[in-house]
Design a protein. Structure first.
Length: 94
């Protein structure tokens, strides 16, 4: 398990790009398990899956969402109407 995030109070789910990922043979992500809560998963529906790429941001892997790709959290993971989503990302032209 990776080091815990710096803020854990009120944390509903923590998805870490190098932990608990299930892949297809082409490297696309089928599901992504939470690093902090056993059994919580984000899952792809159909063929709109993000690509997993190694060594992209400071040596860490990333999930590349390029257009229509998506992962959906299980129902009830975020039960509030108001929440904060924190993403570490990089935008670039290909």
């Amino acid at each position: 398990m990776p080091s815990p995030p710096p803020i854990t109070d009120g944390l509903s789910v923590w998805l870490c790009s190098d932990t608990n990922l299930d892949f297809q043979l082409d490297g696309t992500v089928v599901s992504w398990g939470a690093a902090d809560v056993e059994g919580v998963r984000a899952a792809a529906i159909g063929s709109s899956r993000p690509q997993w790429l190694e060594n992209q941001i400071n040596g860490y892997p990333v999930l590349r969402f390029a257009g229509a790709q998506a992962l959906f959290l299980e129902t009830g993971v975020i039960a509030q109407n108001t929440f904060t989503l924190i993403v570490v990302g990089r935008s670039f032209d290909e």
